[in-house]
Write a protein that binds this ligand. Structure first.
Ligand SMILES: N[C@@H](CC(=O)c1ccccc1NC=O)C(=O)O
Length: 249
């Protein structure tokens, strides 16, 4: 199913029947991906005095409650409401769902006891491109990213300078395969989050950060169309399902 998109940058063709899913499935399992010091997600039949919401247990339907945390348990998209005292909803702030996107692969650099993604690296990989969305795959890119437990691992993060650069390129959506764009323990500074949303200036309300993606090695660096879909939660963040489409012409 080929469609032609007319965009400021010209005409683009994509094949809607060939979606490249870059989300991580959320499962009720200890093997689910995890961060931020909480236990695994749970999916359980509703239980009352005389009802168990399970066909196996005699109910007409399966009727599960789901307990999970969008930030800790899988691919999620967040808006500025993640770091503000006042409430902002991802469902109200993300209003378009198709974007031009650039996928880059970056091997974080050593910096003291940390590994960081620097402005120099982003600049070199982006060249002069100005996509609406930037998808960052960190190297090494192993399958265990789909079930890694990240708490107390001091994962790689984007420097403030790198994120200012990303903002200055006009990039409105950043997607990354880590639990956060910031350092795990940063004393609450959240420098990359704040730089991205221009927290101390004219705030970029419609911009989003998507964390915990997984981009298979089969998907090559380059430009794509991105379909960024969330579940309609009125919350700072929602589980999300970003899909890339190769640009055919
Ligand atoms: N890096 C922050 C912590 C942080 O961002 C955080 C801590 C607990 C649960 C969730 C967090 N961020 C989630 O997106 C800090 O060290 O204060």
């Amino acid at each position: 199913m080929i469609t032609t998109i007319e965009h400021n940058s010209g005409k683009l063709q994509i094949d809607l029947s060939n979606p490249l899913d870059i989300s991580i499935p959320l499962r009720a399992s200890k093997r689910n991906v995890n961060a931020w010091y909480i236990s695994e997600p749970k999916i359980e039949p509703v239980k009352t005095k005389d009802f168990i919401g399970s066909v196996k247990a005699g109910a007409d339907v399966n009727f599960n409650d789901i307990y999970f945390n969008p930030h800790a348990h899988g691919t999620h998209t967040e808006c500025i409401g993640h770091i503000t005292e006042e409430f902002h909803s991802i469902n109200k702030n993300l209003k378009q769902f198709f974007f031009t996107a650039e996928l880059i692969s970056v091997a974080p650099e050593n910096y003291m006891k940390d590994t960081i993604i620097s402005k120099k690296q982003i600049e070199a990989l982006l060249k002069d491109k100005k996509p609406e969305a930037l998808v960052i795959r960190t190297m090494p890119n192993t399958k265990d990213k789909k079930n890694r437990h990240y708490s107390e691992t001091n994962w790689a993060y984007l420097t403030e300078e790198a994120m200012v650069f990303i903002r200055e390129q006009g990039i409105q959506h950043v997607l990354i395969d880590l639990p956060s764009v910031d350092r795990e323990h940063d004393g609450g500074k959240l420098l990359a989050h704040k730089a991205f949303w221009n927290f101390d200036g004219e705030r970029r309300m419609h911009c989003t950060i998507t964390e915990f993606i997984y981009v298979r090695n089969k998907i090559k660096d380059g430009n794509y169309m991105l379909n960024l879909q969330i579940a309609p939660f009125e919350n700072d963040a929602s589980p999300s399902k970003p899909i890339l489409y190769e640009i055919l012409a």
